[in-house]
Design a protein around this ligand. Structure first.
Ligand code: NAD
Ligand code: ZN
Length: 349
């Protein structure tokens, strides 16, 4: 296959708000690497932080940087030594590039590697016509899977890792935060046999999406209380499983208060600096708290694909589609709060 030497990419070119659609060199896959021709990408909250150039991205991102880490594409070229993949194969990829030789990596816990490098954060990313990653990070996608859905598998992986951390079968589940990840977690808990699923937010647009994914109650905290929803749903002792997916300290404390004694809590939302919790909720209730980072490599990916094959429908979370040349509209939709997943199409026009 013949490649162009340059490609379109969305680049953080300078330390300021925004992104630039510009030409950059097409990466050349080295030993053990593959080149992926991008079909579709999805915008993650992280990309929005980088776009907006907030305090986190100012200390994390070195410019110029091609951003983006949620994608689906096809293998376009194989670097020397790569034998397990073939040109044209539909793939996505794990966005954390890990060292493979630290204690956690060798124990199969690559998601806890201390040397991890994020695609589209600490190395060039997927908002481009081509992306180069190590073959160890490639995720082959089963034939016939909806590429729009696969484009946000990275985020679906966060939802899956959190929602699968504790057994939800027959359990009452509270999810705080109806962002795209919380909305997907509703569908996963439903698929896996939860008794009642309650999700909270202050954003009605997103709560409506969560209802479409099967929430028994989507509580708008500016209008009703979780306790009222609990009464309606006959949740008597508190929630058995909690998933914090807002990153908001008030939500975290509310979740801890509403847990049943002996309940299990998975923490995905990134807490703001100085977040304080009432430790006595944890101590006297005997709660188990589990921090969640990324996805399990690669058990989470296996479960994600298996759940979709078993009929989990993630399409309700998709709210916007744009061509990559209209990326500004995509970021505008994300910044408006009136969005679920926003997908960018990278096919040439
Ligand atoms: P998001 O920011 O799109 O959604 C968060 C939602 O929480 C928003 O809809 C917001 O309105 C809602 N919210 C704010 N205050 C609330 C409150 N008091 N109660 C209930 N809801 C409230 O985020 P996302 O992309 O869906 O991701 C969810 C969280 O997970 C974010 O904090 C994100 O940074 C984090 N995250 C963590 C990891 C990890 O590896 N740990 C990976 C990806 C995302
Ligand atoms: Zn490692």
């Amino acid at each position: 296959m013949k490649f162009p030497t340059t490609m379109d990419a969305l680049v953080k070119t300078e330390a300021a708000k925004g992104l630039t659609l510009t030409k950059v060199p097409v990466p050349i896959p080295g030993i053990g690497e593959v080149l992926i021709k991008i079909h579709k990408t999805a915008i993650c909250g992280t990309d929005v932080h980088i776009y907006n150039w907030d305090a986190w991205s100012q200390q994390k991102i070195v410019t110029p940087r091609v951003i983006g880490h949620e994608y689906v594409g096809e293998i376009a070229a194989l670097g020397p030594g790569v034998v397990d993949y073939k040109i044209g194969q539909i793939v996505s990829g794990e966005g954390h590039i890990v060292c493979h030789h630290c204690r956690n990596c060798r124990a199969g816990n690559g998601h806890w590697c201390k040397e991890t490098k994020g695609v589209g954060v600490e190395r060039d990313g997927a908002f481009a016509q081509y992306l180069c990653i190590p073959e160890t990070n490639v995720i082959p996608i089963p034939d016939g899977m909806d590429e729009e859905v696969v484009s946000f598998f990275d985020a679906y992986g966060n939802a899956t890792h959190t929602a699968a951390m504790f057994d939800v079968t027959g359990e009452d589940v509270l999810i705080t935060g109806a962002g795209p990840i919380g909305i997907m977690a509703v569908g996963i808990a439903r698929q896996n046999g939860a008794r009642r699923i309650v999700i909270t937010d202050v954003n009605q647009y997103r709560l409506d999406l969560a209802k479409k994914m099967g929430a028994d109650a989507a509580v708008n905290l500016s209008q009703e209380t979780v306790e009222d929803a609990m009464k309606r749903l006959n949740i008597v002792e508190g929630f058995d499983v909690g998933m914090e997916m807002s990153g908001n300290g008030t939500a975290l404390n509310q979740l801890l208060k509403l847990m049943r004694n002996g309940g299990n809590v998975a923490l995905l939302g990134i807490a703001g600096p100085g977040t304080v919790i009432d430790w006595n909720d944890v101590i006297f209730k005997g709660l188990t708290l589990q921090g969640i980072y990324g996805r399990k490599m690669f058990e989470t990916w296996y479960k994600m694909m298996a759940m979709v094959e078993a009929g989990l429908d993630l399409t309700p979370v998709i709210t916007h589609r744009f061509h990559y040349t209209e990326f500004e509209k995509g970021f505008e939709a994300m910044n408006s709060g009136k969005s679920g997943k926003v997908i960018l199409d990278w096919t040439e026009r």
